[in-house]
Ligand binder design. Structure first.
Ligand code: SF4
Length: 362
């Protein structure tokens, strides 16, 4: 790809190019933008902004994130909550505590609750279904998003029948070799992908995503991620810089900049304009202005942390995760103010995905 090829084409033409490109061309395109000058990246950002505005206008959706258990039976090599980490602080919230977090968010107008935990077997289907039912009864105009890992198709169905609307399950890498570098042999990419397709089939709005600049990631493995995203057509895609955790085998790994994540956010927005794209907390951990830059790169979702303050430090997936101040529910007024100052419009509604609409149009 050459820079002069970019001038004079529309973001729709570039979107079609990204949707049709083969692995090698995608990898070359990603390399091109990683090495591009500021003016070219600005052009990409402008396309991403246009693509987002056409689908969602200037709206930025808010989701309240509730991290309800730091227990996990898995051993993802990069994660501070992995089972083998003896230094991790473990906690579980009671149903009442979770509902109280929902209420705090609801009173501020937020109509999506994201319930996230490690893969904690103590949250049986029965327990989660009871919790979802209770939330839906108390806050009927709200959406419930689950992010509780790999489960059986029957389990996903039960949770859906109880009222869960959305499910987040990041694939982390769509390349088999790369996936194996990040996970133990008991965790398999094919299982992860199967779960995601099951979730879609059941009718959830599905979110996936991956870390950027993770160990052994290449432009080719990123091309595999893009190809997988094209196949799955998720409703949400969460990407953030890989930030090492000090208690993992990747301790001391280079601290990332936000640059690659911002470029990939724009490319994903142009490729799949109907997707919901968060400016993630990891992006804000890597860059003081990560939230703002993420929104300017094409993101349209923010997820203020609404977990109880006393537990936030324990939910340590990676180091330097901001748990107070910016990025939290307590900073509510500032969130609204600075989203508006970017010329964007805070939106606290459920904010459903437009991917189905986009699918229908194609
Ligand atoms: S990334 Fe998720 S599944 Fe993996 S160890 Fe951490 S909390 Fe568990």
């Amino acid at each position: 790809m050459r820079s002069d090829m970019l001038f004079g084409i529309t973001e729709e033409a570039f979107s079609s190019f990204l949707l049709q490109a083969n692995r090698r061309t995608l990898a070359e395109t990603i390399r091109f933008f990683f090495e591009a000058d500021d003016q070219t990246i600005e052009e990409l950002r402008a396309w991403a902004g246009k693509a987002r505005d056409k689908m969602y206008g200037k709206r930025v959706f808010f989701r309240a994130l509730i991290e309800f258990s730091s227990w996990c039976k898995n051993d993802c090599y990069y994660c501070g909550l992995q089972r083998s980490n003896q230094n991790a602080v473990r906690y579980r919230l009671s149903d009442d505590e979770i509902i109280s977090c929902c209420r705090t968010a609801y009173e501020r107008g937020i109509r999506t609750f994201v319930l996230q935990s490690g893969e904690d077997p103590s949250y049986s289907d029965f327990r989660l279904c009871r919790l979802i039912t209770e939330i839906k009864e108390q806050f009927p105009d709200s959406a419930v998003t689950l992010s509780v890992g790999e489960r059986s198709p029957d389990s996903y169905q039960r949770l859906f029948d109880a009222g869960a609307d959305r499910y987040l399950l990041r694939h982390e890498s769509a390349n088999e070799d790369h996936y194996r570098k990040l996970h133990p042999p008991t965790q398999r990419l094919c299982d992860r992908k199967r779960c995601l397709f099951h979730l879609k089939e059941i009718g959830y709005e599905v979110g996936t995503g991956f870390m950027v600049d993770s160990p052994d990631q290449t432009n080719e493995t990123l091309a595999d991620d893009f190809i997988f995203l094209r196949e799955l057509k998720p409703d949400m895609i969460g990407i953030g810089p890989f930030i090492p955790h000090h208690d993992t085998r990747f301790a001391g790994y280079e601290f990332p900049s936000a640059k690659h994540t911002l470029i990939l956010l724009s490319l994903i927005r142009v490729m799949l304009p109907g997707v919901l794209l968060p400016a993630t907390t990891a992006l804000a951990a890597a860059d003081d202005r990560g939230f703002e830059k993420g929104l300017m790169a094409g993101a349209n979702v923010l997820m203020p942390n609404a977990s109880p303050l006393k537990h936030r430090d324990a939910y340590a997936l990676y180091d330097h995760k901001p748990n107070e101040g910016k990025g939290t529910i307590e900073q509510w007024h500032q969130w609204v103010h600075w989203v508006e100052s970017l010329g964007l419009q805070p939106d606290f509604s459920r904010g459903d995905s437009k991917m189905k609409q986009m699918d229908g149009e194609r």
